[in-house]
Design a protein around this ligand. Sequence first.
Ligand SMILES: [Zn+2]
Ligand SMILES: [Zn+2]
Length: 258
Amino acid sequence: MSARFSVRTLQLLCFLAGTAYLFLGEWSWKSLVGMLIAYTFIFVLGVAIGLHRGLSHRLVDPDSKLGWLTLGFGTLSSLGRPVEWALVHRMHHPNSDQESDPHSPIQQGFWKVLLNLWHLPESSKPRLSLIRDLMTARSVQFYQKYYYAVIAGYVVLLAAAFGLPGVIFGYCWPAVMSVLGASMVNAVCHRDGEAKDSLWVSLLTFGEGIHGRHHREPKTVNLSHGVYFDPSGWLLAKWTQAQEEGEVSWALRQRKQK
Ligand SMILES: [Zn+2]
Ligand SMILES: [Zn+2]
């Protein structure tokens, strides 16, 4: 799993650089606002819609314009290459909270999962058949191959426009927050050995914390119910509806179900 190792090294570097800058660098409230905006875009478009619901649950055609855009933001989240991330998530759903769940807090410990330090259990067998549908998507091939180049390009753009603070608050912290946000769903929402909704996790992760309902209905786009609001699902449902009504042509939902 050397690919995972390098991604985790990158995540650690982001955390160390971000923390060092908070103590040694100059920053303002404006930088924090910029960081929250970057986190919102990267998490909603990249993690919740791009990697999770769009790619792993096939709710967005990866080769539509929306697929390309959201997988681009997913790359900036630095959670891992799209195929590896979708594979782990597709292994998680049918085996959740069991021994072969890749990241169960009951099996591996709450903190290990929260800090994204889990390891694939022996009984967990990655199978090519789980991700075969992704291998032919051009966008997926592109982001697999140019994963670090896309991140480097974004970092260079931020550095050119805003200097070092731009890199720290536009990339490093939003990436760390995205990794922690996704890990929070895995750790907190599975803490009791079953998938549950968590209001505060869903607030911090733009609806991803409505995880009990998501496990029961993985194909439901908008998971909002009662006091729970799912902004990511709401947005994706709006785009899907606009596509189905012929108003836009870029948010194509994949018809092919395997
Ligand atoms: Zn899922
Ligand atoms: Zn889960």
